[in-house]
Write a protein of this length. Sequence first.
Length: 264
Amino acid sequence: MPSTIRQIPLDTATQHHDHDFHQIVIGLRGQAEFEIEGLGGSISALSGCIVPANHVHYYAGTGDNRQLILDLSAQAPSLTGFHHELARLFDAPRFFTLDDPLRRYLDFLLHELAVSPASGTATQGDRLAATLLGCLHARLADTTEPGHRRIDLRRLDRYIERHLPSKLSVGDLAREACLSETHFRHCFRQQTGMTPWQYVRRKRLEAAHRLLRDSRLPLSEVAALTGFSNQSALSHACREAFGQPPSKLRGSSRLATGHSRALA
């Protein structure tokens, strides 16, 4: 997919979607509001935002608005080969403002689009896009990386506890956190130091240990209540995490010494 450059107004009613290609939006007239995976901001003339692929984003134009939009697949010539470093622009969403040199280049780009309809697609579009991306990369590469949205772990914990007996997927957790699955995985690992699967497994083990310690429920029921497929799976997990089978954990007043080691 080559780079495509288009000029459109944004609907004034709030819309949202995600797509499998990167996008840069630059305001030409009026104003627009964007929220990209929880990062919100406004775009007016000569400012813009970076929307990485597969990031859910909400957007709405205000009144008479017009936006320049660049659509860029990960395999676009302007992001591969000699230009491969420019792909780093899409590591995370962010907002930016054009400085004077970039404003002059934008005028040139708009002139090219006006005099040559083919400029918005194919080879010429890739050339125009690569120059713009290179200029943006030079200006943004040295700025502080924008903070990733922090996941509300208390809310996520409550969700996990409510659904502990069920099969939980990363997609389920990502939807609860209002993030795309790809962005959720990245943010979760950065925030907790573990994968979502490791985190849910730890929650299952903690709940199983509490039930073993405080109740006389059959092991099969403990397994079912904490999301283990059967008693054998529970027993294997307890031996691995606590160094003891479930029967030895009955009535204990604290976690086995292997607890911290296994759940860290």
